[in-house]
Design a protein around this ligand. Structure first.
Ligand code: BDP
Length: 713
């Protein structure tokens, strides 16, 4: 008996081929459950894909590849119907489809939606366009890969947001600002002549999760991208991406008319400047007829912008919007601004943008980071959401984990994203969630969007950390359907990426779902924020106080002193809370009612302040920092239990990274508690691990070359 079990275990281990992660969630491994396999084979039967276009060819190739992988049998995907056709994909105009799918159903799904109907032995996938069909096919393949029943389906699906975009912070020299997965995948040097296969796999991966646009270049923009040789390179990418439904966007450096146009000014109200942009944009569209438009970072962190000429953000955005409008282009104008003069960085975006509500052209969206500061482990929602009813606001999330352990910490971000989307702005009474602002339903905007700052690089597995892929996956799935629960997205991703073994998938999910809170606990519990190392933001530096701008220094954010810790944003402090609606203010303004996890965001609380947990604030900090470390220990134990379920390469890779994460979590805990203790003068309760090094030791740690801290080109 023992020998049989051993043989079985050995077989399981050796049957797991080493994987490098390149295939992402599109692995199409063979279905091992015989009942399901038989059912799928019956549904596939003789497959046919109707139509004729580049996208249709892509669909056929994907189906052949997927069906062969999933069933272990090769299929020829036919182009025309015959009596045996059992799997039919085609757009709605083909008669065989219109006889099965109702017109109202087709009308309801718009240009990108799809319909899947299946009964035993017959599957129909349809849509109004080839791109919708591609999405439908990928949805069907997702059902098979996640081992869902496929013989009785009635799926009618369309995207909730119109713009579902990746924002690459990629420089032309291939460094990636805040990139932790190697260099940029865009090889500008060899484009347009050399087409890396990775460009196509990138497009496939995005299409498989509904991402329909990509901003290729860094928000800290380089005007060179708008010159002819580079436009030829951009065109090559746009041509490749088009049949996958992906539009290309660029960042526009506001001073481009001076830098590459040899004008004396970039004043948006100057005729010559306006004309220059119109001509430049005409030129772009001559290369890329469906160019999406621009993403702009202006008058932020030293970037040029309309305020250099005493004009407003609206003046700047509208000038570009007018120039792209004749070509159906759009402008995404970022609200990430924080003037050095402001008394609270939290308030700046609202102060600059709220007065401009209603002043933007119809083809402008204002792109707002999820929180008021900067992609912290936990932030309250940005007060701009709900405050600009006459302006479509896009969500900007950060997939790359600049402040979340970068390429070495396992952090599944969907719980963070959901927390923000579900937050209630009360802008129009109870239930005015951020999701409803973003999806346009609250103020009736037809154009809506969500952007994820990309975590993709040229590492073999795309995202550096094998679990980084889950955050890319989340962006696509969530911008298609904001209601998708974080747990469901994780389930899908795990089954496609690692294993559909119930027990193993459950363990991985448990790690993922708890990972973000674990990170908050060992980095910035109780509402602490921005206490990372200067510049590259890797590791703790709560004592940081040497940078010129106060609001770049950690001490600005935590304000620890002998009385207590935290940033008073109530009426006795900077009154940033006043930017929220009354109901939101009420949740946070009373120090005794404010939820523990946001306490130090809004209050300067005494060290012995009584938390809801019953502990004093100091003891709560000790508790949370230790809980965070313990969580990582438990992730390691859980992961180690998966050795027989995951291929050796990825198993070992994640194992090693989790060990780094534990070292870092302990570093964070010890450094922060020792430092804050110099103010609280209270002991770390004896039931917790005591730091084994001194504060001086932690202060002397120098991380000089953390990745991603790319200088602006
Ligand atoms: C901050 C990053 C910086 C970006 C900036 C932005 O540290 O590298 O340029 O955001 O969003 O988080 O513009």
């Amino acid at each position: 008996m023992k020998i049989v079990l051993l043989a079985l275990a050995l077989f399981m281990v050796s049957s797991l081929k080493a994987e490098d992660g390149y295939d992402l969630w599109l692995r199409y491994h063979k279905i091992t459950n015989p009942t399901l396999l038989a059912q799928y084979k019956k549904q596939i039967g003789t497959p046919v894909v109707l139509g004729n276009s580049q996208t249709i060819s892509i669909i056929k190739a994907e189906l052949s590849r997927a069906f062969a992988g999933l069933t272990g049998t090769s299929y020829r995907v036919l182009s025309s119907l015959n009596t045996a056709s059992s799997f039919i994909a085609g757009i709605s105009t083909s008669p065989v489809i219109s006889s099965i799918v109702k017109k109202e159903e087709l009308d309801s799904i718009g240009p990108e939606g799809f319909i899947i109907k299946a009964k035993p032995g017959k599957t129909i996938i349809t849509s109004n366009t080839d791109i919708g069909l591609l999405y439908g096919v990928f949805h069907f393949l997702r059902l098979l890969q996640t081992q869902q029943p496929a013989s009785n389906l009635n799926v009618i699906s369309s995207p909730e947001l119109t713009l579902r975009l990746l924002n690459h912070w990629d420089n032309l020299n291939r460094t990636v600002e805040r990139g932790y997965a190697g260099f940029s995948i865009w090889n500008w040097h060899t484009l347009p002549d050399y087409i890396d296969n990775r460009y196509i796999d990138y497009a496939r991966a995005n299409a498989s999760i509904g991402i329909n646009g990509t901003v290729l270049t860094n928000v800290n923009a380089n005007a060179t991208i708008l010159t002819r040789p580079y436009l030829e390179k951009v065109k090559a990418l746009a041509d490749l991406f088009r049949p996958y439904g992906i539009k290309v966007f660029l960042t526009a450096r506001f001073s481009a008319p001076i830098e590459i146009g040899r004008l004396k000014t970039a004043d948006p109200l100057n005729d010559t400047v306006q004309r220059w942009w119109k001509e430049k944009i005409k030129e772009i569209y001559s290369y890329i007829p469906d160019f999406g438009g621009f993403l702009v970072k202006a008058n932020s962190e030293g970037q040029p912008g309309p305020q250099d000429y005493k004009r407003t953000h609206a003046d700047g955005a509208n000038m570009l919007a007018d120039a792209v409008a004749p070509h159906n282009g759009i402008v995404m104008w970022r609200a990430f601004v924080y003037d050095p003069g402001s008394n609270d960085r939290f308030k700046q975006a609202y102060e600059e943008f709220k007065p401009l509500d209603g002043k933007f052209r119809k083809n402008v969206l204002v792109q707002v980071k999820n929180g008021p500061i900067d992609f912290q482990p936990r932030e309250p929602f940005s007060p701009l959401f709900g405050a600009m009813p006459q302006t479509p606001l896009m969500m900007e999330f950060q997939l790359t984990q600049e402040y979340l352990g970068q390429g070495t910490h396992l952090v599944y971000e969907a719980p963070l994203f959901k927390e923000v989307l579900n937050a209630d702005t009360y802008a129009k009474g109870k239930g005015s969630t951020v999701a409803k602002v973003i999806n346009g339903s609250m103020d009736n905007f037809p154009m809506t969007g969500m952007a994820g700052v990309s975590n993709i690089g040229n590492d073999i597995n795309w995202c550096g950390h094998p679990f980084g892929q889950a955050n890319w996956y989340t962006l696509g799935r969530l911008s298609w359907d904001l209601d998708l629960p974080a747990g469901q997205i994780a389930d899908e991703w795990i089954k496609q990426t690692f294993t559909s073994d119930r027990k193993a998938a459950g363990v991985i999910k448990n790690i993922m779902i708890n990972s973000r809170e674990a990170l908050v606990n060992y980095m910035t519990p109780v509402g602490l924020t921005h206490i990372m190392y200067n510049g590259h933001h890797y590791g703790p530096m709560p004592w940081g106080n040497t940078l010129n701008r106060p609001d770049w220094n950690p001490v600005y954010y935590h304000r620890a002193d002998s009385f207590g810790i935290g940033f008073d944003r109530t009426s006795t402090g900077t009154n940033a809370l006043a930017q929220y609606s009354k109901e939101v203010q009420e949740q946070f303004s009373d120090i005794n009612k404010c939820p523990d996890e946001f306490l130090l965001w809004f209050h300067h609380a005494a060290w012995d302040h009584k938390m809801h947990s019953g502990r004093t604030l100091w003891n709560e900090l000790c508790y949370k920092y230790n809980t965070g470390v313990d969580s990582v220990r438990s992730f390691i134990r859980q992961w180690n239990s998966l050795e027989n379920y995951i291929d050796e390469d990825r198993f070992t890779q994640v194992q090693q990274l989790l060990n780094i994460q534990l070292k870092d979590a302990i570093w964070w805990r010890n450094a922060c508690l020792l430092y804050f203790q110099t103010f609280s003068r209270m002991p770390i309760p004896a039931n917790y691990e005591q730091p084994d090094k001194s504060l001086e030791y932690y202060k002397n740690i120098r991380i000089l070359f953390a990745p991603g801290n790319a200088p602006v080109p």
